[in-house]
Design a protein around this ligand. Structure first.
Ligand code: FAD
Ligand code: SF4
Length: 506
């Protein structure tokens, strides 16, 4: 008799575990308090994870597997992985507890530690394009692991977008074609919420006293909660989004939270769908539809075969030290308006507002609006991490932490990103319509109504000159700064100081 434990982000029905039903195997799934409390979660994230777990459990039972599911409010639930597994092992006379290798360091450590008291045995999750060991071997061989070469190796290994040994179209990367602003044409696909009513589950979550923030939107829930729904979303993206994905990948627009993005990250991260099938669906769609440009297809595949896998490799390569890095020694508190959206800066109001409403913001909003502001304002990276890990539907530490602490906060001093992703109003106004109608003036660096992004941008580089000046990728910033008069630099610093002192009122 064996128990097989499934975590909330291990909902892969194609895992080899499920190839046939075995009466000697009892699958166990549980909703436990520590998982709801390790960070303050968005309401939709709680709903999406619990609802998908419950749907998955029903699917397993439908396929003839034995299953024990402990809901959050179940009186038998001891609210701890260890205590639940201990009583279930005794109750069923289990000799072995198998579990799939967790994706998060916190859980990996917990299960390794529990091994002293329980008969635990670990297997691969089979989800990623590379196993943990394969990825670790790639990173171990390189002093400066670069995403581009990691991605090329995956392309060579899989044959995706390859013509023999050469990249299709002659280039590995079409990123420079993927940076256009979007001005309303072509129209962005309509994304209606599904008519899935999660109100009974929401009541259960509230009854259990689980704290959360953000809008639950339980009446018409948007996110896919079953494999079929995720596959529908994938097909829809290939039909309606992929053609323009690449070109407008970095674009931002008021009241258009999704533009041409796929919205597949939640389904991918809880393993309802696999990266391989997403990529193969995109390739098949491009085969059928000549309107899908190679630059768009390549741009999309790079996010999944390149960034997603690479980020996971970095996480395991650098944990646990990665989780406490703070290169700039930033200590300021995250402003309260990150939790309410009540801020005058229009770019932040839109990006935070939609994050609270939808549990979603796309990559450039996360990197160049909320992330860049936190970096420029010198916010403690731990508080920034906690916000990102809580707010987004797709946030699991293995993918959130390298993106936030590494890419967006440069807290590892440049091991993930080669330069800080800091931007002024110049970038934001080029890539969005946020600045039109903003209370601040996008052109000004100081003085009445100057855009805080501008003052803080230059002040950031002045403050951290010693740490950054030798970085060849940002030499131009210092050359520009040196052309400013002494008086100009002083005014910028005074303005930045004023804004930082009154940060809650921005
Ligand atoms: P699309 O734009 O349609 O991209 C397709 C897919 O590519 C995504 O679904 C995702 O699986 C993958 N992808 C794209 N970029 C990345 C990346 N940098 N790292 C890993 N995968 C990527 N992604 C998460 O899944 N979870 C997170 O917690 C998370 N936190 C982030 C924090 C910051 C500060 C930043 C800058 C990025 C973060 N990302 C995170 C990456 C990216 O923003 C999201 O994957 C993406 O916005 C999800 O929306 P989508 O499915 O519409 O993606
Ligand atoms: Fe953001 Fe500044 Fe533009 Fe306002 S002017 S939207 S604060 S970048």
């Amino acid at each position: 008799m064996r128990i097989r434990l499934l975590l909330g982000d291990q909902l892969d029905i194609n895992h080899s575990w499920f190839s046939g039903a075995d009466p000697e195997v009892l699958y166990v799934m549980m909703e436990v308090r520590p998982e709801t409390e390790y960070v303050h979660h968005h309401a939709q994230k709680l709903l999406a994870v619990f609802a998908s777990m419950r749907n998955f459990a029903a699917e397993l039972e439908g396929r003839g597997h034995r299953l024990r599911y402990l809901k959050i409010g179940d009186p038998a639930n001891r609210q701890s992985f260890e205590e639940n597994l201990t009583f279930l092992t005794a109750e069923h006379g289990a000799e072995l507890i198998e579990y799939q290798r967790p994706d998060e360091f916190r859980l990996e450590e917990l299960f390794l530690e529990m091994q002293a008291r329980l008969p635990l045995c670990r297997v691969e999750s089979e989800h990623f394009l590379l196993s943990r060991d394969e990825a670790a071997a790639w990173f171990a061989k390189r002093k400066n692991p670069v995403m581009e070469y990691f991605y090329r190796d995956i392309r060579k290994k899989t044959g995706w977008l390859m013509e023999g040994d050469a990249p299709q179209g002659g280039k590995w990367n079409y990123d420079e074609e993927n940076r256009r602003a979007w001005r309303g044409d072509p129209p962005a696909p309509v994304r209606d919420g599904r008519i899935v009513d999660l109100r009974p589950l929401w009541e259960e979550i509230q009854k259990a006293g689980i704290a959360s923030f953000g809008e639950p939107r339980a009446k018409a829930f948007r996110w896919p909660l079953r494999r079929e729904e995720a596959l529908e979303d994938l097909a829809r993206f290939c039909r309606e989004g992929l053609t323009h994905f690449g070109r407008y990948q970095d674009a931002m627009a008021m009241n258009e939270p999704f533009l041409f993005h796929s919205l597949l990250s939640f389904a991918l991260n809880v393993k309802l769908i696999s990266p391989r099938e997403v990529i193969e669906a995109a390739l098949a769609a491009a085969d059928q539809n000549p309107a899908i440009p190679l630059s768009s297809l390549e741009g999309f595949i790079r996010q999944i075969a390149g960034w997603r896998e690479y980020i996971r490799g970095i996480y395991w390569e650098r944990m646990p030290g990665f989780g406490i890095e703070n290169f700039f020694d930033h200590r300021r508190n995250l402003p309260d308006w990150y939790w309410t959206g009540e801020v005058k800066m229009r770019c932040l109001k839109q990006s935070i507002g939609q994050s609270l409403k939808e549990s979603y913001a796309h990559h450039i909003q996360r990197l160049m609006i909320t992330g860049s502001f936190a970096l420029l304002a010198g916010i403690d990276p731990q508080q920034v991490d906690d916000w990102y890990l809580g707010v987004y539907i797709d946030a699991f530490q293995w993918v959130e932490l390298p993106n936030t602490r590494g890419m967006s906060q440069f807290a590892d001093g440049g091991k993930t990103a080669t330069k800080p992703y800091a931007g002024s109003a110049n970038y934001i106004s080029k890539m969005s319509d946020y600045c039109k109608g903003c209370a601040y003036n996008q052109k000004q660096r100081h003085g009445e109504g100057a855009c805080p992004f501008n003052s803080l941008y230059w002040d950031f580089y002045l403050r951290h000159r010693e740490r950054l000046e030798d970085n060849p990728r940002i030499g131009f910033v210092y050359r520009t700064l040196d052309k400013f008069s002494e008086e100009e630099r002083r005014s910028i610093r005074r303005q930045a100081e004023e804004y930082l002192e009154g940060i809650e009122g921005l």
